[in-house]
Ligand binder design. Sequence first.
Ligand code: MLT
Length: 265
Amino acid sequence: MSEIAERPFGLAHEEAGEGVPVILIHGFPHDHTLWTAQLTALEGHCRVIAPDLRGFGASVATPPYTIDRYADDIVALMDRLLIERAVIGGLSMGGYVAFSMWRRHRARFRGLMLVDTKSGADGDEVKKRRMQQIEIAQREGMAVLAPRLIDTAVSARTRERHPDVAERVLAMMTRQPVDGVVGALQAMLRRADSTPTLKTIDVPTLIIVGQEDVATPVDEARKMHDAIAGSTLEIIEGAGHLSNLERPAAVNHVMSEFIGRLIYA
Ligand code: MLT
C-alpha cells in the first residue's frame, strides 16, 4: 500500500467487469462518463475502472491540484481496490497523468494506452490561453467556458453528423465544478515535459488518435509512437480529439484487441 492511501481522500469511480484491471483516466474538463461506451464494451474482457479526477465529477474539489497529485490519487485508488498492476489509459490530460504515473509508480503498469494526447509541456501561447480560461471560469462560470472548448474537443464532422454527441460533451463540460477546472488548468500549465519519459516506457503501449484531432494532432501521436519502442499506433478515421466518444466502436475494437493480446501473451 502506498503512503497516500492512508489519507482520507478517495476518488469516485465507476467500474464494470472482471479480470485484468484497466483504468481509464479522463481529460479536461471531463468526468468518468467520458468512458461510458468503453465501460460497456470492455466489461466482457476485463475489469474496467473509470475514476473522476480530483475536482471533477463526484470527486471532491480539494487542492492541491497538480498532475503528479492526480497520478498519486490514481495509485491510492488502486491500493483501495487492491489492484497491484493495471493497464493505464489516459485521454489528453489523462495521458499527462499517465506519464506522471509512469515516472512515479511504473511498477503499477501492466500496459499503457495513450488516447488523443501528447508528451510536450505548454508553450507560452498555450499558457496565456489557459490564464484567460481561468479568468473566464472564475468570472463567468462553466456555462460560458464550456461552449468555447467544444470546437477543439469534437470534430466538425461529429458536430454536424452527430449533434447529440457534441451536446453530451457540452453537458459534461458544463457540469464540472469551477474549482476543479481552475485547478486542472493550473496543473496543466505547470506540468513537466514528458518527452524524455517516452524512451523509458517499456510496457506494451497502444497509441490512439482521431484523424481530425486538432488539439493533439496525428503528428504528436506519431512522435510518441516513434519514441516508445514496440508501441502500436491506431489512427481513427472520422474522429476528433474525443475519438473514444466520436467513434466508440472503432476505439473499443482496438482497445479490446490490445487488452486481449496482453491477457493471452
Ligand atoms: C484535454 O482534452 O484534456 C485537453 O485538451 C488537454 C489540454 O488542454 O492540454
